[in-house]
Design a protein. Structure first.
Length: 38
């Protein structure tokens, strides 16, 4: 699930961009926290 969340948190889901917008960073951490808690 973590990989899925990580991929969906990246714009386009094409690997790691040089910069992530605040929204994308928040989405990543929220999804990561959900993954850990579940």
């Amino acid at each position: 699930m973590m990989k899925f969340c990580f991929m969906t948190s990246i714009p386009g889901g094409l690997g790691i961009p040089h910069e992530l917008s605040n929204t994308e960073i928040i989405k990543y951490f929220v999804c990561l926290v959900v993954d850990i808690n579940n």
